[in-house]
Design a protein around this ligand. Structure first.
Ligand SMILES: Cc1ncc(COP(=O)(O)O)c(C=O)c1O
Length: 451
């Protein structure tokens, strides 16, 4: 076996390694995406442009993460830079009404089927947290149903049976389990965990309808980005019949699966939807959108004391700030006016999936890329996985992490969570490179005995 890939990669990262030593004395983790990082092989990025990242040692990577799906136009797109510069010159935060926020909200109301009104926050986590709170306030019920393997951020009600704790209880009726220490059992007890694509889930909603405020679902699960067929429609019908609000978490799918997101793509309209990523154009953002009826608890009466008593407060110093909303609005306008962007990025993702499928079959690699539109995940398995349980295993995780390491060594930045998001900045040449590097990485992983 050749030397470990982390060691080989580390040799290319001399300056990054020096920064890593500093980071260890000041930071808990050198990456915002979490503490689960290898102590070696961390490239510190100095700058990014278009589809490329450049680290402090001058290594160049094709970025296939794009801010975990945020940068649909790529790094430093002129639309983003101009909007940000223009906004910043006029001040960065007012906490007073301004027009940029209205502009972004108008674009969202026009694009999103369920959106009659919008409220802003600063992250996808805040958005799902607010949406759950609003649902409780609206219905007078406390419990939230979510799906096993579904990711909704890192607040207490989201970190239950998400991608990090798949597999407790019966497959058709999973148990709710805290993903991490520090989540109160009282919060876990308020969450009912359902299984994707199972009739039993619909039955469980009926059974618990008197305690359920809402069902939240990623309409395309980020762990397993597949089309769930009629399941979303059935979920819509059952939640309506039961007086339970339906929330689509469109933090990834919003403005990616199509301009109107998953709800426009599948023709299923939830009561509320949550947003992040693309709508901030690369600046921190979150939003909830929904019908006036569902968002009643956020609609002020104009009387402060009545609102305090009867409404639901979801304020935030930076929520809807003028820079984020100006940049986000400019990106949405661009996407609205350039619908061909979606054809292009979806086509690039399809090409990668097609060529890699052929390669994996020909070479008998148990490997596949699963995804919809311009986003996909790599999984080390064969067949068609139906549930997150088919995918989550320590062995699969190790192979996935190794795959990321080989890809990065060869100049394509695939993150540890091995999710790929294509952008308008990826050229045909970048796509050739991504395919080449995926093939080389699989061959080397096998030679090195990891696969
Ligand atoms: C579907 C979904 N919901 C919520 C979140 C949380 O968003 P944020 O990381 O902005 O808090 C994410 C983040 O990736 C996500 O993919």
């Amino acid at each position: 076996m050749s030397r470990k890939i982390e060691d080989r990669f580390s040799e290319k990262l001399k300056k990054s390694n020096e920064i890593l030593e500093r980071a260890k004395k000041a930071l808990l983790s050198p990456v915002a995406t979490g503490p689960f990082r290898a102590p070696k092989g961390v490239a510190f990025i100095k700058k990014a442009s278009g589809s490329k990242l450049i680290d402090f040692d001058g290594n160049e990577y094709v970025d296939v993460t794009m801010g975990y799906g945020t940068l649909i136009l790529g790094h430093g797109h002129p639309v983003v830079v101009e909007a940000a510069e223009r906004a910043i010159r006029n001040g960065t935060v007012y906490d007073i009404a301004h027009e940029n926020e209205v502009r972004l909200a108008e674009l969202m109301v026009d694009a999103i089927p369920c959106a009659e009104r919008v409220a802003f926050a600063n992250s996808g986590t805040e958005a799902t947290m607010h949406a759950m709170k609003v649902a409780r306030a609206r219905t007078g019920k406390d419990k939230i149903a979510k799906f096993e393997g579904g990711y909704h951020g890192v607040h207490d009600y989201a970190q239950v049976s998400s991608i990090f704790s798949v597999g407790s209880g019966e497959e058709e009726a999973p148990l709710s389990v805290a993903d991490t220490r520090g989540i109160p059992q009282a919060a876990v007890d308020q969450v009912i965990t359902l299984a994707y694509n199972r009739p039993e889930s619909l039955e469980r909603i009926r059974k618990h309808k008197d305690e359920l405020a809402a069902v939240i679902i990623e309409p395309v699960p980020s762990i397993l980005p597949i089309d769930m067929g009629d399941f979303l429609k059935e979920l819509r019908e059952v939640t309506r019949e039961c007086g339970v609000l339906l929330i689509f978490d469109e933090v990834i799918s919003g403005f990616r699966l199509s301009y109107g997101g998953a709800q426009a793509h599948f023709g299923v309209t939830p009561d509320m939807a949550t947003y992040g990523k693309i709508i901030g154009g690369g600046f921190p953002v979150g939003a909830i959108a929904g019908s006036v009826d569902a968002l009643q608890p956020l609609i002020t009466s104009g009387n402060f004391f009545q609102d305090i008593a009867e409404k639901c407060a979801i304020v935030g110093t930076f929520s809807g700030n003028p820079v984020t909303t100006s940049v986000g609005a400019s990106v949405l306008e661009y996407l609205r006016d350039h619908p061909e962007t979606y054809d292009y990025i979806d086509g690039q993702a399809s090409r990668i999936k097609r060529e890699m499928r052929k390669f994996a079959v020909e070479n008998e690699f148990e490997f596949q890329l699963i995804g919809l539109s311009s986003w996909f995940v790599s999984h080390f398995c064969w067949g068609a996985p139906k549930s997150p349980r088919d995918l989550v295993s320590p062995e699969g995780w190790l192979k996935g992490t190794a795959f990321g390491n080989y890809m990065r060594y060869h100049g394509v930045y695939l993150p540890d969570l091995h999710t790929v998001f294509m952008s308008a900045a990826h050229t045909e040449k970048d796509v050739d490179k991504i395919i080449d590097v995926m093939k080389t990485s699989l061959i080397e992983i096998k030679e090195d005995g990891v696969l």
